[in-house]
Design a protein around this ligand. Structure first.
Ligand code: ZN
Length: 350
């Protein structure tokens, strides 16, 4: 079994929704669930040793991809910006779930790569607190200090939505990621604050303009935690060759997103998607950015994933497919965890 440290999941969102309906997050994560993708048992079964766990504020309207037209094209408009006070309430709830899971010993909340390695060694899920879209933060960033103190070590300024820090890309196919403006003045300040504090800046979900704004501002390697190759699946969320080249130059990282809409050539939301589509993207990314800059960013609990994976318990099916495709032990180690540990170490000033 090849242990995986994964760049993106939405398990906190699923657990938070469960608590909205009267559930108990610690019990659901520890004892397992028959829905969703990640819990302690299924993670252990699939060798999912840890990952970046997102605090994500759901849109007020239920998010749904729009149906494609006769040509298979679709555009899901950006959701309306969120209100800050409500976003902060939800973000605090999710941070609280992360802290309660840690206190109960259900997972370990890690703030250094030594923490991550120790947790993996001990067989405890190694969670890193991430914020996917910073609607909960204020422009003066006083809340950033609070979340940092609670363990936050990674953030994406925007989800596919606009906020006071920048502009997100819509879910649209086929479409270029160059869909609008990038960072705002507050967004540039946020990136600089992350550099100072040692918080990883994630480029998934930001417009192409925003990507270049971060590239010229940040002193970190360029990281897209859960994105794929636009050349293979021309959905606006995927990365162009030019973006991939910049990631390579900065010795950054792109994490393979298992979302079928970002893997399939036709961009459709169908679980009947072969694992070979995942390998096709990995092959392309490795060719373009090199074996040291490709990793995994499953989007477990946040997207429709291929039926051959099903949930965290099926994560090794991808590893096996990579082996069959000719990836050697050394390559697998890098893709599955070492590349993530390298860029986290760099962003965290270790
Ligand atoms: Zn996402």
């Amino acid at each position: 079994m090849e242990l995986v440290f994964d760049g993106h999941n939405d398990v906190l969102l699923r657990l938070w929704r469960g608590e909205q309906g009267g559930g108990d997050a610690v019990r659901e994560f520890s004892q397992g669930a028959n829905h969703g993708h990640i819990d302690k048992l299924r993670a252990a079964e699939g060798g999912l040793a840890g990952g970046l766990c997102a605090i994500y504020i759901p849109s007020m309207s239920d998010f749904a991809l729009t149906e494609p037209d006769a040509q298979g094209h679709y555009v899901t408009p950006l959701d309306a910006p969120l209100h800050r006070a409500q976003s902060l309430d939800i973000a605090l709830d999710m941070a609280s779930i992360a802290l309660r899971l840690a206190r109960a010993g259900a997972w370990r909340l890690c703030t250094s790569t030594a923490d991550i390695r120790a947790a993996m060694e001990d067989g405890v899920f190694a969670a890193v607190m991430h914020m996917e879209g910073c609607e909960a933060l204020d422009k003066d960033l006083s809340t950033l200090d609070i979340f940092y103190a609670a363990g936050l070590r990674s953030l994406g300024p925007v989800w596919s939505r606009n906020n006071i820090f920048g502009h997100g890309v819509p879910f649209a196919y086929p479409m270029s990621p160059d869909t609008g403006p990038g960072l705002t003045e507050a967004g540039f300040e946020l990136v600089k604050a992350c550099n100072r504090l040692g918080i990883l800046v994630d480029l998934a979900h930001i417009t192409e303009k925003g990507f270049w704004d971060v590239a010229k501002t940040s002193d970190q390697p360029l990281i897209a935690s859960h994105s794929n190759a636009h050349a293979l699946t021309p959905v606006a969320r995927n990365l162009t060759d030019k973006q991939l080249d910049a990631i390579r130059e900065s010795r950054g990282l792109v994490g393979l997103n298992y979302a079928v809409t970002m893997l399939r050539a036709d961009g459709l939301d169908k679980a009947q998607t072969p694992i070979s589509d995942m390998i096709r993207h990995i092959d392309y990314l490795v060719e373009r950015v090199g074996i040291d800059c490709v990793a995994l960013g499953s989007d477990f609990d946040g997207a429709t994933i291929p039926e051959g994976i099903t949930d965290a318990s099926g994560n090794q099916n991808l590893v096996t497919a990579l082996q069959d495709a000719g990836y050697r032990d050394d390559d697998l180690r890098k893709i599955c965890r070492e590349n993530w540990l390298r860029v986290l170490s760099s962003a965290w000033h270790e």
